[in-house]
Structure formats: structure tokens, C-alpha cells
Ligand binder design. Structure first.
Ligand code: SF4
Length: 314
């Protein structure tokens, strides 16, 4: 299976089972610059939709991967915001087959304010947008969107999508200690969720290296309170560290790069993902990648996380 370009996995995901990832966007091209982004600072910061990589190439790569595996989902998930790809809808329609795996899209949801993007996403089976704030102030503080984006347009776009889309919407909420876990922020979030009416709400906490070193997970008490305030629709899905990865087709160095390009991890987490290989072989591969400058480290939560060299952290 060719895993060198835009397609990776399948990787086990708690929400999506065995998920074949499709990444149509260059590293860290986004219209938000979230304080918790595990890929570091957004660069380039762009609102422009463009054909960042040839859509035909991405679709062909996906079809090749599907000849050798049967994932539970084909998941569009970017090293940036996937809906910035201007032929996004065409690609969904090309990879979705009547008897094939369903298609999921992990998106920040900011472009749902555009009717054409909503229309493109109608072809997906599951859409997983983000909602981390229930007010303009916290939206700006947490997601740090492009200056031409505003909270009401963002929420209005999601509301409109809900009324047009009959598939599943699974909302992702990242809870950050001291930022959106206090009572007023939780009440605002609950009101925003009531407007969008997602089918499921997934509550996440930062466990991978956030762009900003001050970002912390909430306390267990605040987390419990968040679950109560956000109501019966909430079910918590915590990213299980080390759950990703069946990378048998790659060399150990390639597998390490493929992992940390999308999910920065500590050495021991990478060793857990690549548990079929000797730990010493993985350690040596990481060391060689560091020496050659292909990966770097970032310190967060008292741990060293491996990231690709082009990642920029605050
Ligand atoms: S977390 Fe997602 S939406 Fe936020 S900056 Fe990173 S890639 Fe963009």
C-alpha cells in the first residue's frame, strides 16, 4: 500500500474503528490557529480555498489503498483544515462507493458558513466539526480564527448545515483548564450546542503537545461538571495515547514520520504504536531522524514530544 503521500493507515480510532486517513492539505495550512493545536502554529494562515494537491492524485491514492484494506471509515482529516481544498466535494463523491466504507470528515467547521461547502459535505456520512467556545470572546481566545471569520457566522453555518444534512454530526469539544471549563463558558457552550443539535458530542482534553505551553487539561471536577452541564447528549471520548498505527508497509523511519506528522507523540508512545517492532529499533530510528533533522522535539506537560521538523510551536 502506498502510504507516502496523502493517504495513511488504516489506523484504529475509538470513534471511527479502522480509519483510512485522507489528508488533502499541506502541513498546517489552516484558517484557525488553535491554542491547543498539536501540530503547532498555523503557517500559512489562509482562508483561500484552492486545489492544494491534485484531486485526481488523492483519489487514485485512496483507491489504491482500498485495494489492500477494508477500513470501517474513509476519513478526510488534515494536517490543516481539509475543507480548504477546493475540490473537496468531488473527492468525497469519488471515494464513496455504494458497497464501500462510509466517509467521515474531521473539520473545524468554519467554512460551513459557505453554501457551497455545506453542499459538498452533504456527500459525507459523518461530519465531525469543532465547537470549543459558546461566545465570540472565547472563540477568538481559543481558536484564534482568521480575522475575516466571526463566531456568529461560524455557528450560523453549523445551524444551517444541520437543517440541510441528514447524516451524522458528531461535535468535538476540546476542554481546556481555566479557559472554557468555568460555569459561564459551559453554559454558553450548552446553548450553542442546543442550536446546532449534533447527533453526538465528544468531549476531548489536550493530551498531545499544544501549540501554547500554558494549555492544560481541566481538573477531574471541572470535567465532571462539564459533562453534567453539557447534558445527556455528552459522551466523553478521550484520545487513547498510542492507539494509532498499523504501519507494517513502511520502514521504521517512514512509520515514525507518518505518525508524528499527524499525531506528535513521546518516544514511548511511538514504541507502543509500533509494538510489533523491537523497541531498540524504534529508538534508533527516532535518533537517526533527529540527527538528520527530519524530526524535532517539543516539551509539554513535562514530556518530550516528537514532531516533524517543519512544525513551529509557540
Ligand atoms: S486544531 Fe485543527 S483547526 Fe485548530 S489550528 Fe490545528 S489544524 Fe487548524
Amino acid at each position: 500500500m502506498d502510504l507516502s503521500g496523502h493517504v495513511f493507515g488504516p489506523v484504529p480510532s475509538r470513534r471511527l474503528g479502522q480509519s483510512l486517513g485522507v489528508d488533502p492539505i499541506p502541513f498546517k495550512t489552516c484558517n484557525w490557529n488553535c491554542v491547543y493545536c498539536q501540530l503547532g502554529r498555523t503557517f500559512p494562515f489562509s482562508l483561500a480555498r484552492a486545489e492544494y494537491a491534485p484531486a485526481e492524485e488523492i483519489v487514485a491514492e485512496t483507491h489504491r489503498a482500498l485495494e489492500t484494506c477494508t477500513p470501517d471509515f474513509i476519513t478526510f482529516i488534515g494536517s490543516g483544515e481539509p475543507t480548504l481544498h477546493s475540490r473537496f466535494g468531488w473527492m468525497i463523491r469519488q471515494v464513496r462507493r455504494a458497497q464501500g466504507p462510509p466517509v467521515a470528515v474531521v473539520t473545524n467547521g468554519s467554512l460551513l458558513r459557505m453554501p457551497e461547502v455545506r453542499e459538498e459535505l452533504l456527500a459525507a456520512d459523518v461530519v465531525l466539526p469543532s465547537l470549543d467556545a459558546g461566545s465570540e470572546r472565547l472563540y477568538r481566545q481559543i481558536n484564534r480564527p482568521h480575522r475575516d471569520l466571526d463566531f456568529e457566522g461560524f455557528l450560523g453555518g453549523m445551524e444551517a448545515f444541520r437543517s440541510e444534512y441528514s447524516g451524522q454530526i458528531w461535535m468535538e469539544v476540546m476542554l481546556i483548564g481555566g479557559l472554557n471549563d468555568h460555569e459561564e463558558a459551559l453554559q454558553d457552550l450548552a446553548s450553542a450546542l442546543a442550536r446546532v443539535r449534533p447527533d453526538e458530542v465528544h468531549l476531548n482534553v489536550p493530551v498531545r503537545p499544544p501549540d501554547e505551553s500554558w494549555v492544560q487539561p481541566p481538573t477531574p471536577e471541572r470535567l465532571e461538571r462539564a459533562e453534567k452541564v453539557l447534558g445527556a447528549t455528552v459522551s466523553s471520548f478521550f484520545p487513547k495515547v498510542g492507539e494509532e498505527g498499523t504501519f507494517q508497509a513502511l520502514t521504521t523511519q517512514e512509520a515514525v514520520v507518518s505518525i508524528v506528522q499527524r499525531h506528535p507523540m513521546t518516544l514511548s508512545q511511538i514504541q507502543a504504536v509500533l509494538h510489533g517492532r523491537p523497541q531498540e529499533e524504534v529508538r534508533r530510528a527516532v535518533e537517526d531522524l533527529r540527527v538528520s533533522g527530519r524530526v524535532a522535539t517539543v516539551e509539554r506537560f513535562g514530556q518530550s514530544f516528537l514532531v516533524v521538523a517543519e512544525a513551529r510551536f509557540s
